[in-house]
Design a protein around this ligand. Sequence first.
Ligand code: AN0
Ligand code: CP
Length: 320
Amino acid sequence: MRVFQNAEDLGNLAAALKEAAAVKKNRFQYQELGRNKTALLIFFNNSLRTRLSTQKAAMNLGMNVIVLDVNQGAWKLETERGVIMDGDKSEHLLEAIPVMGCYCDIIGVRSFATFESRRDDYEEKILNQFIRYSGRPVFFMESATVHPLQAFADLITIEEYKRKARPKVVLSWAPHPKALPQAVPNSFAQWMNAADVDFVITHPDGYELDPKFVGNARVEYNQMKAFEGADFIYAKNWSCPGVTRPEDYGKVLSKDMSWTVDAAHMAVTDNAYFMHCLPVRRGMIVTDDVIESPQSLVIPEAANREISATVVLKRMLESL
Ligand code: AN0
Ligand code: CP
């Protein structure tokens, strides 16, 4: 595997889930695979889980790991071509990327949507430059539009906890004070569409996700109706994807607190599990009692980030 961006990059998902279960039983069985290989993890944005779980995954495989926080200690990077660099940016991404490639075998990159241009974000301008100019396999650690390591970990978690062959999974928008990316809901939708689940998306008017991620999912604007009989509730805030109104891209259109997932919401489900990728704002996305309930899977999801990253790095090492 040279690029890990979409669900299809893993090939057969059932096989990938089997591999994940085997890795989880013995996460050190491929220690030799990564010997003298180096993973470089590049962060343009903050992280707790991705930073720790991906380092742990690389260590499980016997790899060396280098982590770079671009905004803390590296030179400020220009990303546009044709610019006269007389401002505060000392280096161009087009030199920085191949240089980074010199010191590693595999590169992971976190670079969130900037919301400056919908087109640049949805064309994955930054990550595509890493793919093109680094000369190394590249895995996405949350890009402008996708967060596949999270979605894979979420699918592993659903596989572990499901009580029906084909559970009902609901992706629900929830309120948040700041504009957040669409990467997590985009990837979650993409992976749920590829998996064998009954998938429903619910959000207020104007929050329609990009059709390429919605696929054949059912969209239900009445949140309570969407929750009826659900087995898994996956809450997440996202800002306006700009599908119906491009001028609203990246904006906060609603802070409607009636969408906060509370006990009354969970009561209409089939004793559903509660999921969120974290970090989560209590009182906005979800109430304390729901996130602290025995039905909350937020910690098992985070734990499975180590497993999803181990499988992805293993696949990349195997194809070096
Ligand atoms: C990010 C987001 O919503 O995409 C990262 C989530 C994994 N969240 C925040 O910036 C709070
Ligand atoms: N879920 C997730 O990716 O968390 P971090 O932003 O802390 O890495």
